[in-house]
Design a binder for this molecule. Sequence first.
Ligand SMILES: [Zn+2]
Ligand SMILES: [Zn+2]
Length: 332
Amino acid sequence: MRAAVIEGPGKVTVREVPEPEPAPDEVVIEVDSAGVCGTDLHLLRGELPYPYPITPGHEVVGTVVKVGRDVSSIEPGSRVTFDPNIPCGKCYFCRRMRFNHCLDWQGIGITREGGFAERVAVPGKVVYPVGDMPFERAVFAEPLACVVYGVLRADPKPGDRVLLFGAGPIGLLLLQVLKVAGATSVTVVEVREERLRLAEELGAERTVRAGHEEALREAPFGYDIVVDATGVPEVVSRCADFVTPGGKVLLFGVCPEGATVRLSPFQIYRRDITILGSFALNYTMDRALELLSSGSVRVEPLISHRFPLERFPEALELVGSDEPSLKVLVRP
Ligand SMILES: [Zn+2]
Ligand SMILES: [Zn+2]
């Protein structure tokens, strides 16, 4: 079959690979679509400590075509997605239910073959049926599950006023989940005009063009929750300036490893500020699928491009460039 392969840092091809056969506890999924994400770029750039060659692709939907003999709960023909994270279940962190910090973790499309391919084999235990949901909606389950995990950590309350930096695909998901979870108003700051318009369409009470943050000072005492979805250290360093006494800052965007920011420990102390991180997801796929199937979170407007598998290198280049794009899907 055909698959995209990252052969080593900076080198990506689309070529013939062996047909996947399911192990006794696995199923094989015929891929309909797979979403491109920042992690795929980190793999290409050699920034993750995992061996090559690897077929990336961890945001995947498709139809089950083969079922291993020990898998009883999934039938061929089922429309599914999967949680790409395979925790060991036995280590220190797994035993404390912090599965996203598993010490013996495997990731589909990261440490083992993923879904930018015609077919992919995955353990039955990480598969989630999507019913009759359109595939182009269900393909957002994994990134949305990461967002749900972050929002559960930030824990917005009725009446909360939220400030969100960044309206890329993840920022636009955060905006919607924050509101479903109870935030009463969300103000979005973003560089690109067309993304601000989309944020308004998806429920932002207020949008502010980046660089015009003086408008944000009008809020009387700052925001209850400030969220960074840019991963830009200069933006992160200013988040605490906008948070209200007793409020929280959620760092969701991925800053470059090794980046540092200046923070005032006195202000953190004096203003009772809580700073939260959020890494990957922790059994939040089911909640994400509920948000998608109910229509509480709208994702179709976030799809900007669709590429056939053979043009995967181009799709990856687009996501890594300054060209305007939101979610880029690859379809074998
Ligand atoms: Zn991802
Ligand atoms: Zn573990």
